[in-house]
Write a protein that binds this ligand. Structure first.
Ligand code: COA
Length: 413
């Protein structure tokens, strides 16, 4: 019998503070509509230095394990995908492993390729289980990042921070992934990078949008060729419409709209049928509203979380729509600048609504505090090693460096 493998549970962690993008627009002398409609962003998470990649990852991981109900002794692998690691050698995963007191007999490592790192971890986990090497064990995959472009830069409204953790196991309660059914695309480009020692990313923003779309076309067509060959989707016409929903990597929510238009354009070109531009525009809008928009609810309130952005989209989608999606196939597109990317798919589990409720996404977002632009700028100016020092009643915190070693506080047991 075929082994069903996929995402069994999700946990989400975000910083305690956020800034309204309308406030940021006013402070920068920009029309708020540019941020709210032009970029599709509404709120942006602001991480203080105590809420670093490790602290966010540990909290998301703890929440995912609790949501899954798995005994941590049944884990055999922990992978953290991140592009904002805290050390050149010691992985974020090893801090998380220690903070959560996970078993000794397991693989623990980080994966890095800009925003794709988490997907690299997810694929490694799925294929580890599919190979039989995992035995009865499950994997914990965490995507965690603090996205900084810097005050006053064009990238400023597309910052954010947060982590999404996933328990990957057999008989998953959220999404069964189509193992081996994916399309990948990679090219050596300098669309976004972060030199060693720099806290802020370098980005050629408009070029990065083009690199994303070029990669998407190749990755989607790669997925489609295998999906058609395996009879997973019927060929011809706008094949992407046969997916109930599509989650795209969302550096800012408008990117998902551009991505979806591009996928439809690929389908139309592949079908070699003439199309009416005005009609297609209307159809693309309707299909975006039905197939993509439901996944953007959480993303628009947190901003870019790099590796976790695609999975925050998935969490938001399941939170909004899981009850209608049981048994239906969805598509997912992961993009990491530099660049590499992957289009893949899976089927939503019948019990996904009940399981995603345990991620308590509304509560996670509601627990945050809105801050002013002046307070956001003060936090951005803090040195990376100067945490604000609040007691960790609700999560993990980086509390400073001692003997060249990063120190963390845990929430009370
Ligand atoms: N009302 C409504 N929309 C408006 C507007 C207004 N008053 N003013 C501008 N806009 C729209 C623009 O038309 C544009 O939409 P379009 O892309 O559909 O044409 C959008 O707002 C953005 O405007 P633009 O002038 O292109 O913004 P920008 O030059 O300041 O930078 C990014 C936008 C995304 C390039 C920049 O934020 C960035 O570099 N981000 C980081 C990189 C990134 O996230 N890359 C993604 C791929 S990984």
């Amino acid at each position: 019998m075929k082994t069903r493998i996929g995402i069994d549970a999700l946990g989400v962690a975000v910083p305690r503070r956020y800034v309204e993008l309308a406030d940021l627009a006013s402070a920068r002398g920009v029309a708020p509509e540019k941020y709210l409609r032009g970029l599709g962003v509404r709120e942006m998470a602001v991480a203080e230095p105590g809420e670093d990649t490790v602290a966010l990852a540990a909290l998301a991981a703890r929440r995912a394990l609790a949501a899954s109900g798995i005994d941590p002794r049944d884990l055999g692998m922990l992978v953290v995908g991140t592009e904002t690691g805290v050390d050149h050698a010691k992985p974020v995963a090893s801090y998380v492993h220690g903070l959560l007191e996970l078993p000794r007999a397991m693989r623990v490592y980080d994966t890095q390729h800009a925003c794709y790192g988490g997907t690299a971890g997810l694929m490694a986990a799925v294929e580890w289980i599919a190979s039989g090497a995992a035995g009865d064990r499950a994997a914990l995959v965490v995507c965690s990042d603090v996205a900084r472009y810097g005050v006053g830069t064009p990238g400023e409204p597309t910052q954010g921070a947060g982590a999404v953790a996933m328990v990957v196991a057999t008989n998953p309660a959220l999404v069964e992934l189509d193992v081996g059914l994916s399309g990948a695309a990679s090219t050596h480009v300098h669309d976004f990078w972060r030199p060693l020692g720099a806290r802020e990313a370098q980005v050629d923003g408009h070029y990065s949008v083009q690199c994303y779309l070029d990669a998407l076309a190749t990755a989607y067509r790669g997925w489609k060729a295998i999906a058609v060959e395996r009879d997973v989707v019927r060929p011809g016409g706008v094949v992407s419409e046969r997916l109930a929903r599509i989650c795209y990597h969302v550096p800012f929510c408008k990117m998902a709209r551009k991505a979806h238009q591009h996928v439809r354009r690929c389908d139309l070109e592949d079908a070699s049928a003439p199309w009416d531009v005005a009609q297609e525009e209307a159809r693309a809008d309707a299909s975006f509203a039905a197939q993509v928009e439901p996944s953007l609810g959480a993303c628009t309130r947190v901003g870019n979380i790099y590796t976790g952005s695609l999975y925050l989209g998935l969490a938001g989608l399941l939170h909004a729509d899981a009850r209608d999606l049981g048994g239906k196939r969805i598509g997912l597109f992961s993009y990491g600048s530099g660049c590499t990317s992957e289009f893949f798919s899976g089927v939503v589990a019948a019990r996904a609504a009940e399981r995603i409720a345990r991620a308590a996404i509304d509560d996670v977002l509601a627990a945050r505090e809105r801050i002013s632009v002046a307070e956001y700028e003060r936090i951005m100016a803090l040195p990376a090693t100067s945490p604000l020092g609040a007691a960790p009643t609700d999560g993990y915190r980086f509390v400073g460096v001692s003997g060249h070693q990063r120190q963390y506080a845990r929430p009370p047991a």
